[in-house]
Design a protein. Structure first.
Lengths: 110, 114
């Protein structure tokens, strides 16, 4: 089994709707980060939430972290067609390297 | 400030051939990482350099893969001889801090082994 599993694997919504993606992990973490990958591009860092934080906002993004359930969610509000991309969570434990999940493919339809 | 760059963007080779991928990290970043995403699966860590030293190479799949970072600047990842299962996207990332802070990723090199 793998660390950092995103759920759902694919999500299709209409422009203007909200999109919620979830990430579960198995070991203790120092922080959890969300990245976006547009088709053919590299990974772009979106937001970092530390293990002692429960919620964080950045523009239209809202991330929650529940360390008791070992899960995180990424909410994108008022989605746009430009939000179409794959979204990955990466778990980080101090001194160790990133562990990525398989990603959620988000399609925002105009 | 230039981001992480990778070369080539795409490479198509035949099984048994050799391919060398290059990564130029953000200037001043001592930490350089290689990752691989195979066939839509999760992105997997390959190895981590701190300057020119290999800090962690636990993710390297086998001895057909050789990574170097001479001089502590750019890095190369050589696959020799390439096998079909090596096909995928190879990402490079760099960071200033080694304590799990943000890593900045390059666009990746798409490798196809036929």
């Amino acid at each position: 089994s793998q660390q950092g599993e995103e759920d759902p694997q694919a999500l299709s919504i209409q422009e203007g709707e909200n999109a919620t993606m979830n990430c579960s992990y198995k070991t203790s973490i120092n922080n959890l980060q969300w990245y976006r990958q547009n088709s053919g591009r590299g990974l772009v860092h979106l937001i970092l939430i530390r293990s002692n934080e429960r919620e964080k906002h950045s523009g239209r993004l809202r991330v929650t972290l529940d360390t008791s359930k070992k899960s995180s969610s990424l909410l994108i509000t008022a989605s746009r067609a430009a939000d179409t991309a794959s979204y990955f969570c990466a778990t980080v434990n101090y001194g160790q390297n990133f562990v990525f999940g398989p990603g959620t493919r988000l399609s925002v339809l105009p | 400030e230039a981001g992480v760059t990778q070369f080539p963007s795409h490479s198509v080779i035949e099984k048994g051939q050799t391919v060398t991928l290059r990564c130029d990290p953000i200037s001043g970043h001592d930490n350089l990482y290689w990752y691989r995403r195979v066939m839509g699966k999760e992105i997997k860590f390959l190895l981590h350099f701190v300057k020119e030293s290999k800090q962690d190479e636990s993710g390297m799949p086998n001895n057909r893969f050789l990574a170097e970072r001479t001089g502590g600047t750019y890095s190369t990842l050589k696959v020799q001889p390439a096998e079909l299962e090596d096909s995928g996207v190879y990402f490079c990332a760099s960071s200033q801090s080694v304590t799990g802070e943000t890593q900045y990723f390059g666009p990746g090199t798409r490798l196809l082994v036929l």
